[in-house]
Design a protein around this ligand. Sequence first.
Ligand code: FES
Ligand code: FES
Length: 153
Amino acid sequence: MRLSFRVNGKEVTADVPPGRRLLDLLREDLGLTGTKEGCGEGECGACTVIVDGRPRLSCLTAAIQVAGKDVLTIEGLAASGKLHPLQEALLATAGVQCGFCTPGLIMAAYALLQENPHPTEGEVREYLAGNLCRCTGYAQVVEAVLRAAERMR
Ligand code: FES
Ligand code: FES
C-alpha cells in the first residue's frame, strides 16, 4: 500500500507491503540507519523513535500505523549539523560506549524531557527502564539526561 507520512520534518511517500515494520521502512527503504535493531521483540528499546510526540518501538510498529503522522528519528535531532544537548551531554559523561543503545536511549530521553523538563534522577531511571544498555551501568546516561535537562530549560 502507498503510505505518506513525515519523517524528521520531510514529507515521505513509500510503497509498503502489509506487515512491513516501521524499523525496516526507516532503515532499509529510507536509509535512516541511525535507528538500531537490538532484540527485534520489544525488549531492548534500541529501535525507539518518536511518533507524534510519543516514544514508539519501531520493531513492533507496522509501517502503515504511521500514515499521516510525524516521525522523529535520531537523524532529525541534529539535522542542523549541531548536536542536540542530549547528544553533547552523553559524550561529555562518557555515556556512549559501544553506542548501540544510544540512538534509542536518546529518543526516549528526548520524549521524557518533552513531557517533563524537570525530571528527578528516579524519574529518569524509571522512564528509561525499557532501554537496555550493556556497557555503561546507566549512571553516566542518567547524569547526561539530567545535565541536558538543565541546559534545555
Ligand atoms: S529492537 Fe525494538 S525493542 Fe529491541
Ligand atoms: S553503550 Fe553499549 S549498549 Fe549502551
